[in-house]
Ligand binder design. Structure first.
Ligand SMILES: [Zn+2]
Length: 271
């Protein structure tokens, strides 16, 4: 699918991932050709946050690019006073538009729950101090996540729960907290994405943003099936189309709304 009128933004692109090493530029170019003109490149460690910023600044690459900087819950164990201080420096850069990826993931516990909770809280405090948007991740930690986010909600300005895959009841709570929601190609998974298909209708127009989370989460119901299992920016219009379908909404209208939301949320695209 090619977008004729409205260009769209991938708010969750793991462009630092080694699966893009061979064709980083070409992947962005293929996306641009189908209307994916902007990217928020995800940082998940000190090293990938630094690389995300470098990629955001690389004039040899196509598209408009920004970065996030944070410790993913998987990497919370790497958050120590020295690395935290270095990470904090990245938030001063105008191309770094959000604090994160941060949050809680008790599904695999690559870092201990205690390390995750401590690291997440530091990111929340930084967002309160700097008034930068938060880029959040949650998996199998709904109660602890809601407790911490609610505690800091009066202090921070904006947060997006990226790659939302939770229950409808959890979604309602996030919307009540006036958070933004990022939807990926998870919705294209016939089995795992089923509950998301009805839940996605509950997201207010001005709180919904789209992302590929590539190279992860290739949309499963694309036909013909892509040869590679790697997801990439060029598949975002397909995700847009599926989300519009399940929201019973016009695709162009949804594209325009999500673009306006991205501009507003990350405070980009005004010039
Ligand atoms: Zn994530």
């Amino acid at each position: 699918m090619t977008l004729k009128q409205t260009q769209i933004t991938d708010i969750g692109l793991n462009l630092t991932n080694e699966r893009f090493d061979k064709d980083r530029k070409e992947s962005l170019q293929r996306g641009l050709e189908v209307g994916v003109h902007r990217h928020i490149i995800t940082g998940t460690t000190l090293a990938t946050s630094q690389s995300a910023l470098e990629l955001a600044l690389d004039d040899a690459l196509p598209c408009e690019r920004y970065a996030t900087a944070g410790f993913h819950p998987h990497n919370a164990s790497e958050n120590n006073p020295a690395s935290w201080q270095q990470l904090s420096g990245l938030w001063q850069h105008p191309k770094v538009v959000a604090i994160g990826e941060t949050g809680l993931d008790f599904n695999r516990n690559f870092s201990t729950p205690k390390q995750q909770l401590d690291s997440f809280e530091l990111h929340l405090q930084a967002a309160v101090a700097l008034q930068l948007p938060l880029f959040l991740h949650e998996r199998d930690a709904q109660d602890e996540f809601l407790e911490l986010v609610s505690h800091y909600r009066c202090g921070f300005n904006k947060a997006v729960v990226h790659c939302f895959t939770g229950t409808q009841a959890f979604l309602v709570k996030l919307i009540e907290l006036d958070l933004h929601i990022g939807i990926t190609g998870w919705i294209c998974d016939e089995r795992r994405g089923e509950h998301l298909r009805s839940a996605v209708k509950l997201i207010p127009n001005d709180r919904l943003m789209l992302e590929t989370d590539s190279p992860y989460l290739l949309p499963k119901d694309m036909r013909p099936k892509p040869k590679s299992s790697r997801n990439e920016p060029a598949y975002l219009p397909y995700i847009l189309q599926r989300v519009a379908h399940y929201r019973v909404q016009d695709t162009q209208e949804l594209a325009q709304q999500t673009e306006a939301t991205v501009n507003d949320f990350f405070e980009i695209g005004q010039d």
